[in-house]
Each structure stands twice: as structure tokens, then as C-alpha cells.
Write a protein that binds this ligand. Structure first.
Ligand SMILES: *[C@@H]1O[C@H](CO)[C@@H](O)[C@H](O)[C@H]1NC(C)=O
Ligand SMILES: *[C@@H]1O[C@H](CO)[C@@H](O)[C@H](O)[C@H]1NC(C)=O
Length: 132
């Protein structure tokens, strides 16, 4: 799976990074599954290219976003976004350009419920996946 293709099909913008380092991040996966009362199936679903729909899928997405620094206080984090995009694209100029556009469109999205916030943010980022 090439980087570009995976970004296009995966709603979570840092998914490529995560999948490439699956073993390294296993502890985070396990802890999110536990803390959100979710299952491995929920994780697989959100990595399979569809947006989170069920409550447990949305909450696992929230937990991963928080743990990877992409969502802070139920909002997209510019710094987290930038850091993940730099690692993913290996090109700081390109990463900053994408981060700016994503933040402009999705940076104000929030919800008092962290799982709903993550779901809305991922939906917004998904619509911008062509940038990557
Ligand atoms: C980095 O991205 C910029 C902007 O997209 C592009 O012009 C440049 O060629 C890229 N650099 C490398 C080394 O790929
Ligand atoms: C986001 O919110 C900030 C402050 O609340 C505001 O200054 C900014 O214009 C908003 N951005 C968008 C794209 O709505």
C-alpha cells in the first residue's frame, strides 16, 4: 500500500504512520480499546477507510486522536496535525501547507462530547484527504 493511497482511503490522517509502526503503537491501541470499552473490530473499522459511526468507533477515534496529539480539548490541534503530517509526508514544506489548509477548514470544529468531536473532525479531514 503506497503512502498516498493509504492516506486517501484512511480517514484518520495519521493512520499511515500508525500502521507503519503497528507494533510500536500496540500499547496505545490496547489502552484505547480498554478505556473506551471498545473491541479490536472497532479499531479495524476505523482503519479500513470508513468514518467512525458507532459510539465505540467514535470513542476509539477520539482516544487515538488524543493520544497522538491530534485532538486537544475536543478540537484539532495545529501542532499535533503538523507533527503527524511532517512524519507522514517527510516534507516539512508540504506538511505545513496541508496543515494550514486542514486547520483553516477543520480547526474550529468541536463538540462538548469528545467522541462526537473526533467524529466531526475526522469527517472534515476526510473531505480534505485529496490534499495529501
Ligand atoms: C516538498 O513539498 C513541496 C510542496 O509540495 C514541493 O514543492 C517539494 O518539491 C517537496 N520536496 C521534496 C524533497 O519532495
Ligand atoms: C475560528 O475561531 C476563531 C476564534 O474563535 C476565529 O478568529 C476564526 O476566524 C475562526 N475560523 C474560522 C475558519 O471560522
Amino acid at each position: 500500500m503506497s503512502t498516498v493511497n493509504s492516506i486517501l482511503i484512511l480517514p484518520i490522517f495519521f493512520a499511515v504512520l500508525i500502521l507503519a509502526n503497528e507494533i510500536k503503537y500496540k500499547a496505545i491501541f490496547d489502552s484505547c480499546i480498554t478505556s473506551e470499552s471498545a473491541t479490536i473490530k472497532d479499531l479495524e473499522t476505523i482503519f479500513s477507510g470508513v468514518l467512525p459511526e458507532t459510539r465505540s468507533e467514535k470513542c476509539v477515534a477520539a482516544c487515538l486522536s488524543e493520544r497522538f496529539g491530534a485532538m486537544v480539548d475536543n478540537q484539532l490541534s495545529y501542532d499535533g496535525l503538523k507533527k503527524n503530517l511532517i512524519e507522514q509526508t517527510n516534507n516539512e514544506t508540504k506538511a505545513l501547507d496541508i496543515a494550514d489548509q486542514m486547520f483553516e477548514r477543520c480547526g474550529n470544529i468541536t463538540d462538548t462530547d469528545r467522541c462526537e468531536a473526533a467524529s466531526k473532525i475526522h469527517t472534515c479531514l476526510y473531505e480534505l484527504s485529496h490534499l495529501c
